[in-house]
Design a protein around this ligand. Structure first.
Ligand SMILES: [Zn+2]
Length: 411
């Protein structure tokens, strides 16, 4: 516009008048300038002479029609989106989603804070049972006015909804339970409570078959090293067990399981020893460096996953508006699906190490952080650092022998 006014431009070529300006008001500016400077306007769809009253009338009519169409389209989309959002209400069993009011759009701040807290703790490796127990003590309740249990919390945290994205879960008659993850199909009309990057990490983490989110001992008490310690004689997992008042880890002697039942170790002393070994191992500059660079990878990977999801979304739109055929759509999405699957799997792998990201520091800092953690949070640190710890048979001449423990460190 400045160039036209300065006389540097003497003709405008555009596709259609409705592509030239975004509003009738802008069109009037063009008409005024055309009057003043006598510019030519050529459109691919036909010549319009802004110098004549008829030409201007046509330009205004076309502009007004385009404007009307745009407004109409926006209104239609808004209504459609709301309808879709409300359709989810029926399939969701009639209850509002946690974090949002009955209109399914307005955020309830108090609940949003709970969602952010749960997401942060789960990403730091705390078990869902541990978070649920804490919520129960604080009397945090679900929209159904019940206490949170790991399965409901898992669904909440894995839902794309809380990151302001809509997902489509195809219905299948053969499956009785809904799959945890659907396909993310669109940005939603409701606001996000957590970021898309955090949501992607949570989805990868909670959908990871390697993670048993239900792990919890029958007594409700969590032992730091249950399932991590391995019997040095038979290789079976050792479990925490109170025996004559003194908690011990034992090889469980379960008939038919191949466990020998021949090895036990004092829980408190073992926990302390493992903690000391862990903090020593983590107190190394090379390890800290590696974890920091991994955080970067984690973030980049999450961005790649986002970009691919966006591309799939664009393709779906292109198909919906008939820019491409169904066949072209399927062909274009195949390589993206493959890459997406690979990156999601890798992201899940990285997320297993994520508890260390906020834990690493000086020896003193780490010890203080460790002391401030509950057993479930500590377990996440252990699981991110060692695969297993093998316990050799006790030396009858020694009361306590740290050499019985062999650590299988994760790289
Ligand atoms: Zn054994």
């Amino acid at each position: 516009m400045d160039d036209i006014d300065a006389g540097a431009v003497d003709a405008i070529v555009c596709w259609h008048v409705d592509r030239l300006t975004r509003s009738p008001r802008e069109l009037e500016d063009v008409i005024d300038l055309a009057d003043k400077r006598g510019i030519e306007l050529a459109t691919v769809t036909g010549e319009i002479d802004l110098g004549t009253p008829t030409g201007r009338l046509i330009a205004r009519m076309l502009g007004a029609a385009a404007r009307h169409e745009a407004e109409h389209k926006a209104e239609r989309q808004k209504r459609q989106r709301r309808q879709n959002a409300e359709a989810g209400k029926v399939s969701g069993g009639g209850l509002r989603p946690y974090g949002y009011a009955d209109d399914r759009i307005t955020v309830i701040e108090e609940e949003a804070a709970i969602i952010r807290e749960a997401a942060r703790r789960a990403l730091a490796g705390e078990s869902l049972s541990s978070i649920c127990r804490d919520f129960e003590q604080r009397d945090v309740r679900t929209p159904a006015d019940r206490h949170w249990i790991p399965t409901t919390l898992r669904r909440l945290l894995a839902s794309a909804r809380i990151s302001g994205r809509r997902e489509h879960t195809p219905r299948s008659t053969s499956e009785t339970t809904r799959p945890l993850l659907g396909e993310i199909v669109a940005e939603a009309v409701w606001p996000a409570i957590i970021t898309a990057v955090d949501s992607d990490r949570l989805r990868a983490l909670l959908n990871d078959p390697a993670r048993d989110y239900r792990r919890q001992s029958a007594t409700g008490r969590t032992y730091l090293l249950s399932g991590i310690l391995r019997c040095g004689r038979c290789g079976h997992r050792m479990n925490g067990r109170p025996r004559t008042g003194v908690p011990r880890y034992v090889c469980p002697n379960v008939p038919g399981s191949g466990s020998c039942g021949g090895i036990a170790t004092n829980t408190a002393r073992t926990d302390d020893h493992v903690r000391d070994m862990l903090l020593t191992a983590l107190d190394s500059p090379t390890l800290a460096q590696r974890i920091r660079s991994q955080t970067g990878d984690d973030h980049n990977l999450a961005e790649l996953v986002r970009a691919d999801e966006e591309q799939l979304e664009e393709l779906a739109e292109a198909w919906a508006t008939r820019e491409i055929s169904r066949k072209e759509w399927m062909a274009a999405r195949a390589p993206i699906d493959l890459r997406l699957e690979k990156n999601r799997a890798e992201l899940a792998g990285l997320s297993r190490h994520s508890p260390l990201i906020t834990f690493i520091g000086t020896a003193e800092q780490m010890l203080n952080r460790w002391k401030a953690m509950n057993v479930s949070q500590q377990r996440a640190i252990v699981a991110a650092t060692v695969r297993t710890i093998s316990v050799a048979p006790a030396n009858p001449r020694k009361r306590w022998d740290p050499d019985r423990f062999t650590f299988d460190w994760i790289a």
